[in-house]
Design a protein around this ligand. Structure first.
Ligand code: GDP
Length: 359
C-alpha cells in the first residue's frame, strides 16, 4: 500500500493514538508485529494475541484498536480471544465514531450514518452467533435467519438514507449554482487535519468556526466572504481535513462534499510546517487532490504555525525561494497581509485564464 510508505508503523500508531484521544479514549499501550502476511483468522499471531490479553488484564483495557481494516471474521475471532467485555475495532470504525460525534450539518450526519451502516452490513453476524450459543444450539439456524432479517432491515434503511442524502444535496447544489451566478471567485482551504484551516478562516473573516486541537475539528464545508484591502471579495471555503488511510467508504461518503474543491478558482493548501511529518502530510493531501481531479487548479502553499517551528527564519528564506509558498502564523495573525496579496495575485492569474477560455 502506497500510504504505508508515507508513514512508518510507529508514526501511524501515534496518529491512531491521537485519533483515539479525539474519540475520548485514554490510550494505555501500543504494540505491533511484523508478519509476512496477516493471520487470516486473527490478523496478528497467536503469541501476540496472548501478549495483548495479558496487557488487557493488567490495565483493565476496554477497547483494542487495530490500525488496519479487520475482516468481519478477524474482528469476531479477536473479540472471542480477548474475552467478553473487550471491544475490538479498527481504524475505520474509530474514524466513523469521530465523524459521527462531529457531524454538524444534516448532510454530514446523513453521510456518516450511511457509511456506518455500510460498514456494519458485512459485520452483522457477531451479535447473532452469540445468541445461538446462548440457546445451547437447540434452535440451530435461528441466528442465521435473524441475520438475514437484520440485513434486510439495514438495507432498507440504507436505501432511505441514500434518498434523503440525495435531496439534501440537490438543495445544496441549487444554492451553489445561485452562488456561482455571482461572479465571486471561490478559494478552498485544503490541508491535513489539524493544519490550522479553521483558525486561518477565523482570522480572515472573524467567523466563529470551531477551531480546536483535535483531529477532524472540521467536517462540514464552511464558506465565508473575505474582503481584501482593495475592496475585492472572494469566498473562502473550509473543507474536511485529510488524513492518511482514510477508509474508502468514507472517501466515497464525503466525495460530494469534496467535489466542491474541484470547482474552486484557487486552492490554498495549509500545512503545519512545525509538524515533524509535514512532508508526509503534504503528500497524503496531494494524493487525495489528484484523486479528485483537482491537481490542475492553481494552488498556494501556506506554511502555517511558523511561530511553533524551531527554525522559522530558515523556513522563511526557503519559502522565498519556492514558488507560491508563503509563511504565516494563523494563530498570531502574522503574514496575513502577504497571504491576501498572494491570493489576489493567484486569482488574477486564474481570472485571465477564465477570460481566455470564455471570449
Ligand atoms: P484544522 O483541522 O486544519 O481546521 O485546524 P484548526 O484550525 O482547528 O487548528 C488546529 C490546532 O492548531 C488548534 O489548536 C489551533 O489553535 C492550532 N493552530 C492553528 N494555527 C496555528 C498557528 O499558526 N500556530 C500555532 N502555534 N498553533 C496554531
Amino acid at each position: 500500500d502506497e500510504s504505508e510508505e508515507l508513514f512508518s508503523i510507529e508514526e501511524s500508531l501515534k496518529e491512531l493514538a491521537q485519533l483515539a484521544d479525539t474519540a475520548g479514549l485514554m490510550v494505555v499501550d501500543s504494540t505491533y508485529q511484523k508478519l509476512s502476511t496477516p493471520n487470516p483468522k486473527t490478523y496478528i499471531g497467536s503469541g501476540k494475541v496472548a501478549e495483548i490479553k495479558t496487557a488487557i488484564n493488567a490495565y483493565g483495557v476496554e477497547t483494542v484498536i487495530f490500525d488496519d481494516e479487520l475482516s468481519p471474521g478477524q474482528l469476531r475471532n479477536l473479540e472471542k480471544a480477548f474475552g467478553g467485555n473487550v471491544r475490538v475495532c479498527d481504524r475505520t470504525a474509530l474514524i466513523l465514531d469521530i465523524f459521527d460525534q462531529r457531524a454538524a450539518t444534516r448532510e454530514a450526519s446523513l453521510q456518516v450514518a450511511l457509511a456506518q451502516m455500510e460498514y456494519q452490513l458485512p459485520r452483522l453476524t457477531k451479535m447473532w452467533t452469540h445468541l445461538e450459543r446462548q440457546s445451547g444450539g437447540k434452535v440451530k439456524g435461528m441466528g442465521e435467519k435473524q441475520i438475514e432479517v437484520d440485513k434486510r432491515i439495514l438495507r432498507t434503511q440504507i436505501g432511505i438514507l441514500r434518498k434523503d442524502l440525495e435531496s439534501v444535496r440537490k438543495h445544496r447544489k441549487q444554492y451553489r449554482t445561485r452562488r456561482l451566478s455571482v461572479p465571486m471567485p471561490v478559494v478552498s482551504l485544503v490541508g491535513y487535519t489539524n493544519a490550522g484551516k479553521s483558525t486561518l478562516l477565523n482570522q480572515l473573516t472573524g467567523a466563529d468556526v470551531l477551531a480546536e486541537d483535535r483531529l477532524f475539528a472540521t467536517l462540514d464545508p464552511t464558506t465565508r466572504r473575505v474582503q481584501m484591502k482593495n475592496g475585492k471579495e472572494f469566498l473562502l471555503t473550509d473543507t474536511v481535513g485529510f488524513i492518511q488511510k482514510l477508509p474508502t467508504t468514507l472517501v466515497a461518503a464525503f466525495r460530494a462534499t469534496l467535489e466542491e474543491i474541484s470547482e474552486s478558482s484557487l486552492l490554498v493548501h495549509v500545512i503545519d510546517i512545525s509538524h515533524p511529518l509535514a512532508e508526509q502530510q503534504i503528500d497524503a493531501v496531494e494524493k487525495v487532490l489528484s484523486e479528485l481531479d483537482a491537481s490542475s487548479i492553481p494552488k498556494l502553499m501556506v506554511w502555517n504555525k511558523i511561530d511553533k517551528a524551531n527554525n522559522p527564519e530558515e523556513l522563511k528564506l526557503k519559502a522565498k525561494d519556492l514558488e507560491d509558498t508563503i509563511c504565516i502564523s494563523a494563530l498570531e495573525g502574522s503574514g496575513l497581509d502577504e497571504f491576501c496579496n498572494a491570493v489576489q495575485e493567484k486569482l488574477k492569474d486564474s481570472m485571465v485564464w477564465v477570460e481566455a477560455l470564455v471570449p
